[in-house]
Design a protein around this ligand. Structure first.
Ligand code: ADP
Ligand code: MG
Length: 728
């Protein structure tokens, strides 16, 4: 249903905040109550099953049929106790969101009654009707069926009346059809590589977990105003609109008081998130009006990512209860700050050590430096792959657009760590290190903690920043499934750590002491990866020039960035670490091209429809009002009307010119789209959608914005930016 603007504005005026009651003021009393976590398992499962699940979680050992049956029975009992009537395998198809197929626990009995049934086989594996999910041709080519398989490392949870079981989604022949499978493989690759490098420092380290703390930005818009904007509903962003008179330039919104309706909404969804075990802690206003951010305590990366996906769905659901709609799009309003999703990433050991946190003595600092420098080296080797991992149609409106990190990948580490690396690079000599050399180096390395205390300079313009005890990938879009950049980051770091291990071992074999070998290899990496370090302003034009000089890529838009998945060395990277086969990688590239084209196509259609059916009629109605006015005045005043109608004539001319221009761009948009759709090659089609269709959508938008600023406010049919951004 579409509302008109005036009706929508009236609805908004009548809104009152919902009253939200907490179950208890102590969050700990309800935190995780809807999660089948270790605590619940401990009380519901026989010892044998509990141990079996623990081992599967820690070591990835297969779960026996018996343990699966015991777990399924326990899960069913527990879930029914929490109000569940159905269960579903919850998975992450390549569409970027999540999917589920609900089945009831009911099994009919021979005597005409029914029992609640759920066993190990239903827990472990399902065959959803998967034909509608994108596969990049994999299923068509190889096998039509797709299977979901239980991921025991992420706990099941009850959502409404459904027991949700996190799963991977693969084809009959074992090809990954989702975002979780490669993530789990990348996490296992980085675990193996990092654990092996940790052996240089501490033999007790037997497991390394990648950790992820995401920060989610979003906009809230009143549901009535949303309903009056078909573009928001269909594409997630306003395809046009004049920038609000009161914009973010005043900066009074940032950390400002959160309005009552919004805070009721936030309280509500935080409660729901906490019940689901999502450790949300931070909430504040963002840069733009009606823009907000939330962040949890970081967790193991796979779990953290599941939690982010759950949270995006939860935001959507809870927003509706408060008559809001959530906008997760990267750029819902042109000219207003966009939304991203920072991925804070580190590596943590089974011994409780954060490998990217400087230690307290030269030995632990050498360990820190090892992981720190190898991460920089990995980014340097594979900057393009990282760039490709955050490419999306929405993110194209942010990256490099003077508010979000640029499309050029670089790392910010702070001036003090920079000078430390420079110092190491200069002071490690070839050949054997003398005792004096070593003392000097130890001193240098020992300085790290003090250095970091001073490192308060946080460069917000860097896409990849070291922030004291973790790296922060800031270039991901707000709609992104973090699994994609996290798969890439963990894979490239795994590869780099393997290379490092081999190089250090070779140096040791060649006669170097262990510490010398490590230092020399670090020095080599510091030198080699220097180009990726950039401390300056990432938004500036000078950086674009400087980056070019350094040989860094600037893959400006999604179609350009997606080309990276087709490179031979990239296929080699993923297949050598058993993360993605070349076929799987190719399929992903196809799906992403397809996604890009589809989304631009929808935008183009909606832009055309709105221009023709909503904007042009309003403009023409206004034209007629002006014409009536001018001819009326002329009738009454005759010749004298000329001066009196000068203003109206000017306005009429502007409206008429803009109407013609809009009509022309709309027709061009339709024609070009028709031509481009005929291009056989999908990559070429995507490139054309980027270079021809996208600018035409913008052109249509500019004419519409011009008309919005000219036409009578009373008859303008679409909610304006300032109404959507300031009404709450
Ligand atoms: P800031 O000062 O920028 O707010 P915080 O230390 O509060 O920085 O962290 C911001 C985000 O980084 C949070 O989501 C937090 O959970 C996450 N984070 C902190 N430490 C780690 C870590 N070791 N691994 C992954 N994420 C982390
Ligand atoms: Mg951040």
């Amino acid at each position: 249903m579409s509302l008109n603007r005036q009706q929508a504005l009236h609805e908004v005026l009548d809104r009152v905040p919902n009253h939200v009651e907490r179950p208890s003021n102590k969050i700990s009393e309800y935190f995780g109550e809807n999660v089948f976590n270790l605590h619940v398992m401990r009380s519901y499962l026989p010892d044998e099953a509990y141990e079996g699940i623990l081992e599967a979680m820690e070591k990835g050992t297969p779960i026996s049929r018996k343990v699966a049956d015991q777990t399924a029975t326990a899960m069913k009992e527990w879930a029914i106790g929490r109000g569940a009537t159905h269960y579903t395998h919850w998975f992450q198809p390549l569409t970027g969101s999540t999917a589920e197929k609900h089945d009831s626990f009911i099994a009919p009995t021979a005597d005409g009654r029914a029992i609640e049934k759920f066993d190990g086989s239903l827990l472990v594996q399902q065959e959803p009707d998967a034909s509608s999910f994108p596969s990049g041709g994999i299923r068509n080519t190889f096998e039509a069926r797709g299977y979901t398989l239980w991921d025991p490392t992420s706990p099941a949870f009850v959502w409404g009346e459904t027991l949700c079981i996190p799963t991977i989604f693969i084809s009959y022949t074992g090809y990954a059809l989702d975002n979780k499978t490669p993530l789990l493989k990348a996490l296992s690759a980085v675990d193996a590589a990092a654990t092996s490098v940790c052996q240089y420092f501490d033999k007790n380290i037997t497991k390394v977990n990648a950790t992820l703390g995401w920060e989610q930005e979003y906009f809230l818009v009143d549901k009535a105003l949303y309903a009056a904007r078909p573009d928001l509903a269909m594409t997630g962003r306003a395809l046009f609109g004049a920038a609000p008179a009161k914009g973010q330039q005043l900066d009074d919104h940032y950390f400002g008081a959160i309005p009552e309706r919004v805070s009721a909404f936030m309280k509500d969804f935080e409660m729901e998130a906490h019940k689901l075990g999502i450790p949300v802690t931070t909430r504040h206003n963002e840069v733009a009006p009606n823009q907000f951010e939330l962040a949890p305590v970081f967790e193991e990366a796979n779990l953290a990512n599941d939690h982010n996906l759950m949270l995006m769905e939860l935001l959507e659901k809870v927003a509706r209860r408060h008559d809001f709609r959530i906008l997760l799009h990267e750029k819902p309003f042109a000219g207003v700050n966009g939304s991203g999703k920072h991925n804070n990433w580190s590596l943590g050991t089974n011994t409780g050590v954060n490998l990217l946190k400087p230690g307290t003595n030269p030995k632990t600092n050498l360990r820190f430096l090892t992981f720190f420098v190898n991460t920089l080296a990995a980014l340097h080797r594979h900057a393009d792959v990282v760039r490709a991992s955050i490419a999306s149609v929405g993110n194209d409106h942010r990256l490099g657009a003077n508010e979000a990190p640029p499309a050029i990948m670089s790392a910010f580490i702070g001036s003090q760590l920079s000078s430390l690396l420079d110092g190491l690079e200069a002071s490690i000599k070839a050949g054997k290190l003398t005792p004096a050399d070593k003392t000097a180096l130890k001193l240098e390395i020992g300085r790290i903690p003090e250095v970091l205390l001073d490192n308060t300079d946080r460069n917000r313009t860097s896409p990849f920043a070291f922030t004291g005890n973790k790296f922060e990938l800031r270039a991901a879009g707000s709609t992104a499934n973090c699994a994609v950049p996290m798969t890439v980051l963990n894979t490239i770091v795994a590869e780099q750590l393997n290379l490092f291990k081999a190089a250090v071992d070779a140096r040791i074999k060649g006669g170097d002491k262990k510490d010398d070998a490590i230092l020399k290899e670090l020095q080599h990496l510091i030198k080699e990866s220097k180009a990726i370090r950039f401390e300056g302003n990432g938004y500036g034009d000078e950086w674009v020039k400087e980056a070019k000089k350094r040989g860094l890529s600037n893959l400006k838009d999604t179609p350009t960035a997606l080309e990276v998945w087709g490179r031979k060395e990239v296929a080699e990277l993923f297949s050598s670490l058993n993360v993605l086969t070349p076929e799987e990688l190719h399929a992903r590239q196809e799906v992403e091209y397809e996604n890009y084209i589809m989304k631009r196509q929808i935008e183009a259609r909606i832009a055309g429809d709105m221009a023709s059916n909503i904007v042009l009629p309003a403009a023409i109605a206004y034209q007629n009002m002006l014409i009536d006015n001018i001819s009326g005045l002329s009738e009454v005043f005759g010749k004298d009307a000329k001066a009196m109608t000068a203003g109206q004539r000017d306005i009429l001319a502007t409206v008429s010119e803009t109407v013609s221009a809009l009509y022309k761009s709309t027709s061009a948009l339709r024609e070009e789209r028709g031509k481009i759709n005929k291009i056989e090659d999908i990559a070429e089609r995507a490139v054309k959608y980027g270079s021809v269709v996208t600018p035409l959508i913008e052109e249509v938008g500019e004419h519409c914005a011009r008309l919005e600023q000219t036409v009578d406010n009373e008859i303008w049919p679409l909610p304006k930016f300032q109404e959507m951004l300031f009404t709450r």
